[in-house]
Design a binder for this molecule. Structure first.
Ligand code: DGL
Length: 267
């Protein structure tokens, strides 16, 4: 039997940040169907106990893989990917793609120093320190972990204004010290322009979205000319979302039907 050309992609994050990755994948693969799910009940993952994080992500992914005939899973969350990928790959036979901070390209580009902006958990993970050791031994990497920046991105997607002053205060330790910044949390591309303004135009910002989209495309062996109509995008969360109607307004513009609540049982 010929392979189905319309694949079902599961994109997962703790919140709306993974939408930045979804948008990159959808740009390249508009004919696929997308199931986006976020664990807002346990958000923010950057402050979650690692054991609980692994349990929750495993349970949510298993649930959606089984119920939505998923062909590929994208863990669009650096905080989760830096810890949960081996477990998920043991549990599933379909491809599991993760997002980790783009230290290697950043270090290759930098002349001065790299700034890694991520969640408090990501900057302490062994995985992140190994990336820095392996791929940035000749460039200093300054670490900045902030949950407030993640909240700001959540607010922006709900139509709230962002205070440039507050962003400058958060990013202050990096200002004038770096020439390349890694957006090591998938929420941050959603506030990329504001981060750019705070850090200055001489700083190059790097995220992993496009690389992940390329990876998904490669793994799904897409053949040119096989594309059909645009696929469907649906979205779920684990608890009633904050400012639901403002959120749905933005989600509609990204091609989603209104968010549905899918509580996580027994974890
Ligand atoms: N978007 C997530 C990431 O890439 C984490 C946000 C959170 O702290 O929940 O790390």
């Amino acid at each position: 039997m010929a392979d189905r050309q319309t694949k079902n992609v599961l994109v997962f994050d703790s919140g709306v940040g993974g939408l930045s990755v979804y948008l990159e994948i959808k740009k390249q693969l508009p004919h696929f169907n997308y199931v986006y799910t976020f664990d807002n009940e346990a958000y923010p993952y950057g402050e979650l106990n690692p054991k609980r994080l692994i349990e929750r992500v495993s349970a949510i992914v298993a649930n959606f893989v089984a119920s939505h005939s998923i062909d590929i899973v994208v863990i669009a969350c650096n905080t989760a990917s830096t810890i949960v990928l081996p477990t998920l790959r043991e549990q599933h036979s379909i491809p599991i793609v993760g997002v980790v901070p783009a230290i290697k390209p950043a270090s290759m580009l930098a002349n001065k120093a790299v700034g890694l902006i991520a969640t408090p958990a990501t900057i302490t993970r062994q995985y992140t320190h190994d990336l820095i050791k392996d791929f940035s031994c000749d460039k200093n990497v300054e670490l900045l972990g902030s949950t407030r920046l993640v909240d700001i991105a959540e607010d922006k997607l709900r139509g709230e204004d962002i205070s440039t002053e507050e962003l400058k205060q958060i990013l202050e330790p990096l200002i004038h010290h770096i020439d390349v910044a890694v957006l090591g949390c998938t929420h941050f591309p959603l506030i990329k322009e504001e981060i750019q303004e705070a850090l200055g135009s001489h700083v190059t910002l790097i995220d992993s979205g496009k690389a992940i989209a390329n990876r998904v495309k490669g793994l799904m062996s897409v053949v040119a000319g096989d594309e059909g109509n645009e696929g469907k995008s649906i979205i779920f969360c684990s608890a009633p979302p904050l400012k639901e109607s403002a959120l749905n307004h933005s989600l509609k513009q990204l091609g989603f039907t209104p968010v549905q609540i899918h509580p996580l049982q027994g974890v």
